[in-house]
Design a protein around this ligand. Structure first.
Ligand SMILES: C[S@@+](CC[C@H](N)C(=O)[O-])C[C@H]1O[C@@H](n2cnc3c(N)ncnc32)[C@H](O)[C@@H]1O
Length: 359
């Protein structure tokens, strides 16, 4: 059998595009395809099946998923081309990355976050163009209610709120081990976790630091979820909840630390400064503030996590946030009066910045 290659006129060729550059562009151009096949495979639990059973042929995969062979072929192609799966002869196996990130029960699983991407991000991000052009979170129009943030609207849709909190819990359980181990809370008696979510942070902190009392400050519906989780861990005597709106409700004055975890990304720089000022005013001398987030590098050109995470805040969550740079947070902290400001680099693109009231 012979093959031939069409020899195009120079002017018909796209110049100097390497296969790697083409692949990179395809992964952007076809990002929705790659994501949706990933999500479908996750919904079929394909990666967990491959992890348990080892490499399988297409027909064995079809049987295991309860899907016909032709659609299985369509599912496997983008997963293989993108490197999520590896094909050896007739058999498909998890890549090293899939084995760690996509298998149920793995300590590094991102499966709950994939479902959040599907149920929330996809729905709202179809409106990114308007969100940018009009500088508002137009994607929120896709969600029931008339409140200005996603967090408030999720209260109308308990199913989606649960998907959201499950993804946050997954992220928190993994990243917050670094928070609990990496940041020194030994001198803290009472920390208020502002926007503390379902209590995963609080539970990790109270478990790691036995002398610590924690208050989870969040909306009433989320506090209810947190209370249940705290009760389940037998920590109700050390962790309490405080239902309110951090912009309107007074901050507790008996705290010696305010924690903002995955929270400042949601709001504009002006609102973040406002919250820092509010925390500063509520603290006694020697009190602390801790910011914990995925951080963007100061040069604004190479942070994949920041690039992937930021449009959600503009188009859906609030219409005003993003993953800011280390130096922006530090500047805001300093501007409201905090000193001894320290950066702590942590795994998974995360970092913590701490500051102290007083010199
Ligand atoms: C991105 S989640 C972060 C959860 C948790 N801190 C963590 O690190 O995983 C943001 C949380 O902030 C809460 N939140 C949003 N707006 C708030 C407000 N105005 N006052 C208090 N909590 C708020 C949401 O309900 C949600 O639980």
């Amino acid at each position: 059998m012979s093959t031939s290659t069409l020899d195009l006129e120079t002017s018909d060729r796209i110049q100097d595009i390497s296969p790697e550059e083409a692949a990179r562009f395809y992964s952007v151009f076809g990002g929705h395809i790659f994501f949706q096949t990933l999500r479908a495979a996750a919904a079929f639990d394909l990666f967990t099946i491959l992890s348990a059973k080892g490499p399988l042929t297409r027909s064995q995969i079809a049987t295991a998923l309860g899907v016909e062979e032709q659609p299985t072929r369509v599912l496997l192609l983008p997963l293989t081309v993108s490197g999520v799966l590896e094909k050896h002869g007739d058999c498909y196996a998890n890549s090293r990355l899939a084995e760690q990130l996509l298998v149920a029960g793995s300590p590094h699983s991102v499966l709950a976050y994939i479902e959040l991407q599907h149920r929330v991000m996809y729905r709202g991000l179809t409106r990114l163009y308007e969100s940018l052009a009009e500088n508002r979170n137009a994607g929120l129009d896709e969600f029931e209610g008339d409140e200005p943030t996603l967090y408030q609207r999720l209260a109308h849709d308990p199913g989606t709120e649960e998907v959201f909190q499950d993804a946050m819990q997954e992220l928190s359980l993994q990243s917050n081990r670094c928070l609990a181990d990496g940041v020194d809370f030994s001198k803290v008696g009472h920390v208020v976790d502002v926007g503390g979510g379902d209590g995963t942070n609080a539970i990790a902190l109270a478990t790691r630091w036995p002398g610590l009392r924690v208050t989870v400050f969040d909306s009433p519906t989320v506090c209810k979820i947190a209370e249940q989780n705290i009760r389940d861990k037998g920590l109700s005597s050390r962790i309490q909840t405080y239902a309110g709106d951090c912009f309107k409700s007074a901050f507790p004055v008996d705290a010696d630390c305010f924690l903002f975890s995955h929270f400042f990304t949601i709001w504009s720089p002006a609102k973040d400064r406002f919250l820092l000022q509010k925390a500063y005013d509520a603290l006694q001398e020697g009190g602390r503030v801790v910011l914990f987030n995925m951080m963007q590098e100061d040069d604004e050109s190479a942070s994949w996590a920041a690039a992937v995470g930021s449009p959600y805040f503009q188009a859906i969550a609030t219409g005003e946030g993003m993953l800011y740079t280390w130096s922006e947070y530090e500047e805001w902290m300093g501007s409201v009066g905090f000193s001894s400001i320290e950066r702590l680099r942590l795994p998974r693109d995360h970092g913590a910045i701490t500051g102290v009231k007083g010199s």
